[in-house]
Every structure is written in structure tokens, then in C-alpha cells.
Ligand binder design. Structure first.
Ligand SMILES: Cc1cc2nc3c(=O)[nH]c(=O)nc-3n(C[C@H](O)[C@H](O)[C@H](O)COP(=O)(O)OP(=O)(O)OC[C@H]3O[C@@H](n4cnc5c(N)ncnc54)[C@H](O)[C@@H]3O)c2cc1C
Length: 384
């Protein structure tokens, strides 16, 4: 067993850490207040090659695979969850779906500009009546000659209002539902019949946009069917397996930042004539945070290695998503406790991390759904 990161991965980590420290951290509070990640920041990430990082060079990427991608998301998440989620939805959800199931032509037409940051992507699955039960979507795609005509709406789509390209899931055979009745499409948002509805106000990741999408007789050429006709649900699930790993990596980055902030504070803040870090109650919280981070790192990079090694990792991905998002909630709670009243004040970043952390247990499949995926895999697979 070799648990060391390659020289290339270490260099990548240093580069993204510097980018986060210099370009993202100074803007994080403003992004949260103004509910907007500046496009220039995304462009700067693109200039560094970050928007195509996991994909092969022939598709405009850096060929760094899932391990490299997790390192990047971990480091970005030290600075600003909104920025990490904006970039994450673009890569993990939109570009990954095209990379996994797109034709060569689709990859050249869409994945390359997405990887270069010339286009921004989103992933449209959720609808008002179809959250955890994603197979219950009602948006339809009806064949009309060389086109499909799309009608319906999506809600809570990250980057939905700023995306140029959306991987969209629609019903092509209602009777079949998830088993052959859902098809994925690549749609361009400049197409007639597409519009953006409500933009949500949120508790956290406030700089990441969350939008309603409306489709009224939107015509999509048949060449834009992504993957096999009727196999859209499989595309969605494969994509989410990968996305959940990078979500877990984001939780590691936020947790490390919170531990650093807490250690620094524990050394500086004095009560009863000494630094609070000398009290055992505070030391135990720091130790427990470190232990959780160790577990999160171990499981996430092991699963990322499985992904890069073409070993099935759906169960592991669900375990990482569930465990890391819940560990982050425990860690951010301890960080708040260590900071006392100052942690609760908006002048300190802890309260922003606290609000931003909570979404990780909800999106990309709630943690209850992850438990179902894990249990199903366990019960099918026999003894552990
Ligand atoms: C900020 C944000 C960004 C998002 N971005 C995107 C995006 O880019 N693209 C996209 O397609 N979607 C996106 N979503 C949607 C997200 O994936 C869904 O919110 C999520 O899948 C859960 O669906 P729901 O919110 O409708 O909850 P529901 O499915 O209504 O669940 C409500 C509760 O019931 C529980 N529950 C449901 N079914 C079961 C069951 N069978 N067993 C046990 N418990 C169950 C859930 O775990 C949860 O606790 C986003 C959501 C948010 C909040």
C-alpha cells in the first residue's frame, strides 16, 4: 500500500492553496454578502487550468483524474464554499456527465470549451415533485423529426442562471420511468424556449446561484441526446457517484480550515489568565476535530483512487458523502464553540462556514438516500 501523493499532486495542492489564499479568501465574505461569485474569479480559475482538471488533455483538461480533482476541491473549500460549489457543479455534474457518456463530437463541441472555461455548465435533474425520488421527473422530451421538444421546469439548479450549457434530464417514456424512460440531453441556454425563473435566497453557499429553469417548446437537436436514448437515469447516477466524492473532499478542506482557525484562536484567546488552548475541554475538541479529518481524508482519497483505478466505488462514494458531510457539521459546531461569542459574529468566518456546511447533507442526494445506497449494496453483496 502506498498512501503518498505524487509529486504532481503535491504541486497541484500548493498551486490551488496559493490561489485560494490570494484570490478567493479575501473575497469570501463579500461573495457571501453580495450573493455572487464574480465571473472574473471563475475566469482566473480557468486560466490556471482548474475547470478541466480531471479530464484528459485532448478534452482541454489537465489529466489529473479524481484524486487531483478532490485535491483541488479540498483546497478551494478552505476559502469559500460558494466558489467551490459553483466550480464543482460545473465540473462534477455537467462536464463529468458529458465526459462519461458523450460522443466524441459532443466532447469536442461542449467538454473542451467547458474545460477551458469558455462555457459554464449546470445539471438539471430536480423538479418540484422529484427530489430524492429523481425518477419521478415530469419534464418531457417529445420527438419531432430531427428534434426533441422539451416542456417542463426544474428547480434549485446550481449555476442555472449563469450556465451556457446544461445537462438536462427529461422523460421520454413515462411508463418506463427510471428503467429506460428518462433521457439526458445537452442543452444550450441561448436556445429559444429556455428561461430562468425564481432565483433562491439561501441560508448558506449564498454566492452560488440556485435557479428555477423553465422549458416551453424548447427544440433540441437529436444529436444532443447524451448517452443512450432512455439511459439518462444511469448517466445521472454515474455522474453523482463521482460528484459525491468531490463533495466529501470539499468537506475536508472546510474542516481543515476550521481546525486551523480554532488552533490559532485557542493559542491567542486568554481567559482565567491563560490561553484557552491550555484547558483540557478545548484540547479535546481540537483532538476530536483532527481525528475526524484523518478519517475523512483516508476514506475520500481511497475512494478517489478506486475511481481512478476503474474499481466500482458507488458504495464508497455514498459512505464518503454521508460521513464527511456529517463530520463537517460536528467540526464546524466545535469550531464555533471554541470561538465562543466571536464565532457567532459575522466579522469572523466561522458563522459563514457554519451556514455553508449544512447543505452538504442535503444536495447530491440526501444523507438518508446515501444510507439507502450503502445498505442496499451491503445486503446485495453478502458479509463484510
Ligand atoms: C442549494 C441547492 C442546490 C442544488 N443544486 C442542484 C443542481 O444543481 N441540480 C439538481 O438537479 N438538483 C439540485 N439540488 C436539489 C437536491 O439534489 C435535492 O434537494 C435533494 O436531492 C433532495 O431532494 P428534496 O430537497 O426534494 O428532498 P425530499 O426528497 O423531499 O426529502 C425530504 C426528506 O425526506 C427524506 N426522504 C425522502 N425519501 C426518503 C426515503 N425513501 N427514505 C428515507 N428518507 C427519505 C429525505 O432524506 C429528506 O430528509 C439542489 C438543492 C439545493 C438545496
Amino acid at each position: 500500500m502506498d498512501f503518498t501523493f505524487s509529486e504532481e499532486h503535491n504541486m497541484l495542492r500548493d498551486m490551488v492553496r496559493k490561489f485560494t489564499a490570494n484570490e478567493i479568501k479575501p473575497l469570501a465574505a463579500k461573495i457571501d454578502k453580495e450573493h455572487k461569485v464574480p465571473r472574473e474569479l471563475i475566469n482566473k480559475a480557468a486560466e490556471l487550468g482548474l475547470l478541466g482538471l480531471p479530464f484528459p488533455e485532448k478534452y482541454g483538461g489537465a489529466g489529473m483524474g479524481e484524486i487531483g480533482y478532490c485535491i483541488m476541491l479540498e483546497e478551494l473549500s478552505r476559502g469559500c464554499a460558494s466558489t467551490a460549489v459553483t466550480i464543482g457543479a460545473h465540473i462534477s455534474l455537467c462536464s463529468t456527465a458529458i465526459y462519461l457518456d458523450g460522443t466524441e463530437e459532443q466532447k469536442q463541441k461542449y467538454l473542451v470549451p467547458l474545460a477551458q472555461g469558455k462555457m459554464l455548465g449546470a445539471f438539471g435533474l430536480t423538479e418540484p415533485q422529484a427530489g430524492s425520488d429523481a425518477a419521478a421527473i415530469e419534464t418531457t422530451a417529445v420527438r419531432d423529426g430531427d428534434y426533441f421538444v422539451i416542456n417542463g421546469s426544474k428547480i434549485w439548479i446550481t449555476n442555472g442562471d449563469i450556465a451556457d450549457v446544461i445537462v438536462l434530464f427529461a422523460v421520454t417514456d413515462k411508463a418506463l420511468r427510471a428503467h429506460g424512460g428518462v433521457t439526458a440531453f445537452i442543452i444550450e441556454t441561448k436556445t429559444k424556449g429556455f428561461s430562468v425563473g425564481k432565483i433562491e435566497e439561501k441560508m448558506g453557499i449564498r454566492g452560488s446561484s440556485t435557479a428555477e429553469l423553465i422549458f416551453q417548446d424548447m427544440r433540441v437537436p437529436k444529436e444532443n441526446v447524451l448517452g443512450q436514448f432512455g439511459a439518462g437515469f444511469i448517466t445521472a447516477m454515474k455522474t453523482l457517484d463521482i460528484a459525491r466524492l468531490s463533495l466529501a473532499a470539499g468537506c475536508i478542506g472546510a474542516s481543515k480550515e476550521l481546525l486551523n482557525l480554532s488552533m490559532d484562536f485557542a493559542k491567542k484567546r486568554k481567559q482565567f489568565g491563560k490561553p484557552i488552548g491550555e484547558f483540557q475541554a478545548v484540547q479535546w475538541m481540537l483532538a476530536e476535530m483532527a481525528a475526524e479529518i484523518y478519517a475523512m481524508e483516508s476514506m475520500t482519497y481511497r475512494a478517489a483512487w478506486m475511481c481512478d483505478s476503474n474499481i466500482r466505488f458507488s458504495k464508497e462514494s455514498a459512505i464518503c458523502k454521508m460521513y464527511c458531510s456529517e463530520a463537517l457539521d460536528r467540526i464546524v459546531d466545535k469550531a464555533m464553540q471554541i470561538h465562543g461569542g466571536l464565532g457567532y459574529m459575522a466579522d469572523y468566518p466561522i458563522e459563514r462556514f457554519y451556514r455553508d456546511a449544512r447543505i452538504n447533507r442535503i444536495f447530491e442526494g440526501t444523507n438518508e438516500i446515501q444510507r439507502m445506497v450503502i445498505a442496499e449494496s451491503l445486503l446485495k453483496g453478502g458479509l463484510y
